[in-house]
Write a protein that binds this ligand. Structure first.
Ligand SMILES: Nc1ncnc2c1ncn2[C@@H]1O[C@H](COP(=O)(O)OP(=O)(O)OP(=O)(O)O)[C@@H](O)[C@H]1O
Length: 474
């Protein structure tokens, strides 16, 4: 389960000599403050906080502290604001920290109200990242499997269930959906987790070599076999064997594999000894194996042996909000590849990712985000960085709506220009005051109950126009 967002307004204040008056003020403004006077203290406070604002005064800290600060300043759910004294921002190291890690900076002296206001914004921006941080779901060693949508939650529950048995598992799903990761997760959650997980891609190995790769061979078994080689099945003894792209396995190897699944024994090529091997088999394919069976390319009896338990991997396009969550997860993992700090994705990039059909699934998402991290010149990754600009929705609005917007904008500009003096604004727009009042009411800029006042303009020449009823303009 995901933790709930923090509703408290937490503030981490990092300073060698904290400003007591400032602290009293932010506390009075409702912030729950944690003070850190050292870099390790700041790190500990950052680890504790889920969503928080951070206020950091670099004065008095050493360059070594600056290096240590990077980890906590990089925390995605803490919005940092730096305090700088006049002249301090001249330091190259401080400038770098502010530019790369801080939401904003304030130069002292500044009103405490303004600081509290900036902190509120910084915390708000950090809270947006909170919803984007990936859920802890099915951790598989160093490989985290991210997913919060119903289809992925269902997959995680299936993984936990099938992990407890020894039956063969068959994973079905489009290319790049995470079939190997699922197989690894099953292994890591099973009692076999301490024994090897051995993966072999049946499609990537030349057909004539697949048998020897799977079963191994004895010295002299064929020309060039100058020493014994242990095959992948034997290497997985006690653990799990993952047969990827099983649909590409040649018929000859299918016969040998079927024999192994029936008897639990193998014979190395060129050997005469039968060896008992205890292996749990997980296989996967992105092709329609039932069709391959009908076409005589795959043995039905082998399929039934392999597919005791079936797991379906959802395509990325069917994972809804998970697309965005995964994108942030990948960004977080690879953002060090960029020379500058990248904070996230533009709204149109998120929309383009949601509209794209992802034929290459998670693998393609990883590649696009990694490319974007390297190519971008901004702090937010755009559809162009992701090479998805053709998926940006162009909103088509009606002509009436466009006219309406243009009218409202012209009125706002004229009123601003003339400091809300109605007569002058109306004159610039070349309409009467009465028409301007009517349009302001129509655009919700004025309450119809409000009577136009003569002295609103402070301009006697304009007063006479108020009495004029209509000017025939639309
Ligand atoms: N839910 C997920 N969370 C995080 N990373 C994922 C997830 N699913 C897949 N990946 C990553 O996507 C990449 C492709 O996954 P994987 O190799 O498991 O896919 P596959 O379905 O086995 O691909 P193929 O059909 O080409 O063999 C890997 O880098 C994997 O770590």
């Amino acid at each position: 389960m995901r933790p709930q967002p923090d509703t408290q307004r937490r503030l981490i204040c990092v300073a060698r000599a904290p400003n007591d008056l400032l602290l009293a003020h932010v506390r009075a403004a409702g912030w729950e403050v944690t003070v850190a006077r050292t870099a390790p203290g700041a790190e500990a406070a950052a680890k504790e906080a889920r969503v928080a604002a951070g206020l950091i005064d670099f004065d008095g800290f050493t360059p070594r502290d600056f290096t240590a600060f990077r980890a906590c300043l990089n925390h995605p759910t803490i919005g940092w604001v730096a305090i700088t004294a006049a002249g301090q921002s001249a330091s190259h190291a401080v400038r770098d920290l502010i530019r790369n890690y801080c939401f904003d900076y304030v130069t002292m002296p500044l009103s405490y109200e303004s600081i509290s206001h900036v902190l509120g914004h910084a915390r708000g921006m950090a809270a947006l990242n909170y919803v984007d941080t990936p859920a802890e779901t099915a951790a598989t060693g160093n490989h985290e499997m991210v997913g919060t949508c119903d289809a992925m939650q269902c997959l995680f529950s299936t993984i936990r269930k099938v992990a407890n048995t020894n039956a063969s598992v068959f994973i079905c799903g489009e290319s790049g959906t995470g079939k190997e990761l699922t197989a690894l997760a099953i292994h890591e959650h099973s009692p076999r987790r301490k024994a090897p997980f051995v993966a072999i891609n049946c499609g990537a190995i030349p057909q004539h070599l697949l048998q020897s790769e799977l079963f191994g061979y004895e010295r002299g078994a064929f020309t060039g076999a100058d020493q014994r080689k242990i095959g992948r099945i034997e290497a997985a003894n006690g653990g799990t064997l993952f047969l990827d792209e099983i649909g590409d396995m040649p018929l000859e190897a299918q016969v040998s594999l079927l024999r192994f699944l029936q008897e639990g024994k193998i014979e190395r090529l060129g050997g005469h000894e039968s060896l008992r091997v205890d292996v749990r088999v997980i296989s996967a394919t992105h092709v329609d194996l039932e069709a391959a069976i009908c076409a005589g390319r795959f043995r039905a009896d082998l399929f039934h042996r392999l597919c005791v338990l079936r797991v379906d991997e959802p395509p990325l396009r069917a994972r809804g909000k998970d697309i965005e969550i995964l994108a942030h997860h990948i960004l977080h993992k690879f953002k060090k590849d960029s020379t500058h700090t990248i904070r996230g994705f533009t709204t149109s990039a998120i929309q383009a990712m949601n509209d794209y059909s992802w034929p290459g699934n998670v693998r393609e998402l990883i590649n696009r985000v990694r490319r974007a991290i390297v190519m971008t010149e901004g702090r937010l990754l755009s559809p162009e960085d992701l090479d998805l600009e053709s998926f940006v929705r162009v909103e088509v609005t009606s002509l009436d709506h466009m006219r309406d917007m243009a009218e409202r904008s012209a009125i706002e500009t004229a009123l601003l220009h003339h400091d809300h003096r109605i007569g002058r604004a109306a004159a610039e727009l070349r309409i009467s005051r009465v028409t301007l009042y009517r349009l302001m009411v129509a655009h919700g800029m004025r309450d119809p109950a409000d009577k136009p006042l003569h002295d609103e303009d402070g301009d006697d020449a304009a007063k006479g126009l108020v009495a004029v009823s209509g000017d025939g303009q639309g």
